[in-house]
Design a binder for this molecule. Sequence first.
Ligand code: ATP
Ligand code: MG
Length: 340
Amino acid sequence: MEPILQVRDLRTSFLTSNGEVQAVRGVSFDVEKGKTLGIVGESGSGKSVTSLSILKLLGSTGRITSGSIRLGGEELTRKSRREMRAIRGGRIAMIFQDPMTSLNPLIPMGDQVGEMLWAHRKDMTKAQRREKVLELFRTVRIPEPEKRFKSYPHEFSGGMRQRVMIAMALACRPELLIADEPTTALDVSIQDQILKLMRALQKEMDMSIMFITHDLGVVAELCDRVAVMYGGLLMEEADIVDIFERPMHPYTMGLMASIPDMHQDKRKKLQPIPGSPPDMIHPPKGCPFAPRCPYAMRICAEELPPYVATGERRRSMCWLLDPEAPAQGNPFKQGKEAAV
Ligand SMILES: Nc1ncnc2c1ncn2[C@@H]1O[C@H](COP(=O)(O)OP(=O)(O)OP(=O)(O)O)[C@@H](O)[C@H]1O
Ligand SMILES: [Mg+2]
């Protein structure tokens, strides 16, 4: 089956007074129908810019410099602003980290969801819209929907506001839902509820999801596949089971080390990967992770590694996987024990 979303060699830059910020530097991936692709990576790796490129919400300074984005086979990079407005909220819906920035504090919640319907479904009457909003509130498990319809955003908890955002996103039955850190601002138990809800709704609606997070643990709960980003590049892509069983990129291994172990105290301080991310105005000519990579070889700083297939449906961009890379000290050319 053809994937719902196909992104090919996407490059996105921002023009700033300091120079051109090369936020996304040639990224390719698919989102399959009814499946969830997780995009993970540290702050600044290009996750949000990738999703904003798909939605063409790059502001006046950002532009897609090359590549292709196809939704259901239709090229999005060539769509006009008007066409994109119809696609956003219609065929592609979004949920962001902070619902307050997307909600109008002066309008009752029910009316805000209703406006979404009004924008995309002109055929509905006011009464039909109200009925549909109540149905959506029930879908996202908002208790007492009739009463909640008239409440204002500040009267909702963070978790309930995020449920309204999901209701809004689902209003037009999107083919693709892009969720950018939707649970980061919530505490862990609420985060868990929202993730469970998203998973249940996805099944009910057979929706495709692109789920952006810096947290591989969250990805494990929700995603079928995962793409690991760093320095505007996709470092590794694999099915979720494979990536947890055997990460095939030093950066993924570093991210894994920062996941709290179920059996350990969750409050234990996590170990971040030492070092800092690359300067995206002058990105390094080699692998952007090389300066922080414990296994880096001389070539890593000199040349961008090509993709290597590391399994049937997985690939990584790393010189250690090159057939000519030395086996000594190489985590991918020894037993599994050495890799973890
Ligand atoms: N409007 C902008 N103007 C200039 N640079 C930008 C703009 N938006 C993003 N960037 C830069 O692009 C790079 C990628 O940013 P992006 O927001 O995609 O990171 P991210 O992976 O989503 O990080 P986070 O986890 O913090 O959300 C960063 O270097 C960032 O500073
Ligand atoms: Mg982001």
